[in-house]
Design a protein around this ligand. Sequence first.
Ligand code: FAD
Length: 281
Amino acid sequence: MQSRHEHPRTFSFEFFPPNTPEGAEKLRAATQQLAQLKPKFFSVTFGAGGSTRERTLGTVLDIRAQGYAAAPHISCVASTRASVREMLQRYKDNGIKHLVALRGDLPSGIAAAGEFRYANELVSFIREEFGDHFHIEVAAYPEYHPQAKSAQDDLANFKRKVEAGANSAITQYFYNAEAYYHFVDQCEAMNIAIPIVPGIMPIGRFSQLARFSDACGAEIPRWMRNKFESYGDDTASIRAFGLDVVTKLCDDLLSNSAPGLHFYTLNQAGLTTTIWQRLGI
Ligand code: FAD
């Protein structure tokens, strides 16, 4: 299959834009540490509705000023075509050629009045307005998106993004490798040939992971949840078990020809570096 066998592997690390000078300083240190692992790029998230537009761009430029490749995310929910065009133009004017295009989620309670409904419309818009200037990554959901009407519907919607011009995809995180393999097989059956890079969430704090997972619909398998809960507030054991589970997941994915790994670092270098060293990449 093309997505699994014919593309060079891509390793990347995701950050969120820090909102304090101290956060920015810490992120520079994390960038320096992670850069030693020689990722293809760093990516920087974008607050839905444009809430982080300046900080996302600023963080990308900061990473580039340190000598590394960086791709901003951009989301379209609650945005006008004019505001998205302006942001894309700013990315282009700053020499950016690689981005992650998303619909985004608004915090609950905020009404979304915008000119885009779904990410495929954003991808089409980018291609209409900027041709092939950008390499476009989109999101994929091996366990399916929580708002999808059905698994088949979600796959069809993923295909829309690919047909609109996405070059590659990064998945939501998961801890069940079978879900990813099944998703990739289904994509292959639908003639989707772009690389689908697994998104990896290292586990440092279980309570934080449980909160994220409830929000984004990623499943924490019962056996893992039970084990984490049995550690109570023994943070060293939680960290050690999390490292074992995630390293094994990554090893399994790479042994089965995943086209790379994308780490959700939460701006911390430690866990990702340890997993990387254990994998011996
Ligand atoms: P879509 O692809 O538009 O899908 C959203 C839902 O709508 C799905 O249920 C899908 O089945 C359905 N759908 C899609 N197209 C259609 C259609 N044409 N007709 C009917 N239904 C349709 N969020 C941020 O706010 N900022 C970020 O920087 C960010 N980065 C992310 C990076 C990655 C790698 C991932 C996996 C997620 C990221 N997210 C980010 C979260 C993302 O915005 C949410 O998961 C959001 O709910 C969906 O975004 P999407 O681009 O996948 O949406």
